[in-house]
Design a binder for this molecule. Structure first.
Ligand code: SAM
Length: 297
């Protein structure tokens, strides 16, 4: 157990660091900024959920499984209509827009560091006539909410972060005594480590219990594991769609990556293949997705 603890602590050595390092959008993820929305529209499902989906049956479509996971988040976070919601690291707005539609009296504040993501979410709100979402472009390192929220969600953003103590403290200042914080991450069942590809640090791969070490300002209410096969299948779907749309995507890659288009095509495929294979390993019990519900301490 001591060795295990030491390894976990090694994994979050940046606990010692005094700022949240600029981990986000490193290497592959820098392409999230650069690759236009057309890529994500062709590769992800209808909700543009850039995170694991939940497969209930083999015949489910990607659109259905995205929605199943979004509904699960809301259920696990005990979200009620009329509450105020903060969606931290909202990406292309999958959860924010789901809540806007299904909980029309909720007021959603969505935060991401990408202006392109803000524009897409705002366009979608106009198209769908949602007036209950406000989108802010800000790096979480510098974001200040100046308000408290009934529910705070963060779906697959913590993997881009370090110094969880400081981050959770910051988030706790946006909570009141009845607030709940729901976090979704992918993880290994025991070990936290850096996920690197092609010599670049992509993100932190946390251990399932990593966040539980940081309960100075929030305390755990509930904790779920989602079998890794769900993320594996999600990534396999992304890969299939990327391959099926090669003719539309190739010019896009040339436009963005120029002479390195071929290399980046392989990088993206390698990433999707790595996730597909890693998360199915050991019947999905080795790498998995974990959900946590915290309250303010
Ligand atoms: C894997 S995506 C998940 C997006 C979305 N939550 C979803 O489930 O579709 C990670 C997202 O975290 C957000 N993000 C990463 N680093 C960030 C930072 N430093 N500040 C704010 N948002 C960040 C970006 O919106 C990025 O799209």
């Amino acid at each position: 157990m001591k060795l295990y603890d030491a390894l976990v602590k090694f994994g979050f050595c940046a606990h010692e660091a005094n700022v949240l390092p600029e981990l986000e959008f490193f290497s592959l993820h820098s392409s999230v900024r650069v690759l236009p929305i057309e890529f994500f529209k062709l590769v992800l499902g209808r909700h543009l959920k850039y995170s694991p989906a939940l497969f209930n049956s083999e015949s489910d479509t990607l659109d259905e499984v995205e929605e199943a996971m979004l509904a699960t988040y809301c259920k696990r976070a005990c979200l009620r209509d009329g509450q105020t919601v903060l969606d931290l690291g909202c990406g292309w707005g999958s959860l924010s827009l789901y809540i806007a539609k299904n909980f029309p009296n909720c007021k959603v504040t969505s935060v991401s560091s990408s202006a392109k993501q803000k524009k897409l979410i705002e366009d979608e709100c106009r198209r769908m006539e949602y007036s209950n979402v406000s989108v802010l472009t800000s790096d979480i390192n510098y974001f200040e909410a100046n308000a408290s929220f009934d529910r705070i969600f963060s779906i697959q953003m913590f993997e881009h972060m370090k110094n969880y103590e400081k981050l959770l403290y910051k988030i706790s200042t946006w909570m009141h005594s009845d607030s709940l914080l729901f976090i979704d991450i992918f993880c290994h069942k025991m070990f936290a480590y850096h996920f690197e590809m092609h010599g670049h640090l992509f993100f932190v791969l946390p251990a399932d219990n990593l966040l539980l070490y940081f309960q100075s300002h929030v305390s755990i209410e509930d904790h779920w594991n989602v079998n890794g096969k769900h993320y594996s299948k999600t990534s396999e779907e992304w890969l299939k769609r990327m391959d099926a749309n090669v003719e539309k995507l190739e010019p896009l890659f040339h436009e963005i990556y120029g002479s390195e288009a071929g290399k980046w095509w392989v990088y993206w495929r390698t990433f999707f293949i790595a996730v597909t294979e890693l998360f199915v390993y050991n019947d999905g019990e080795e790498w998995m997705v974990s959900n946590y519900l915290f309250k303010k301490k």
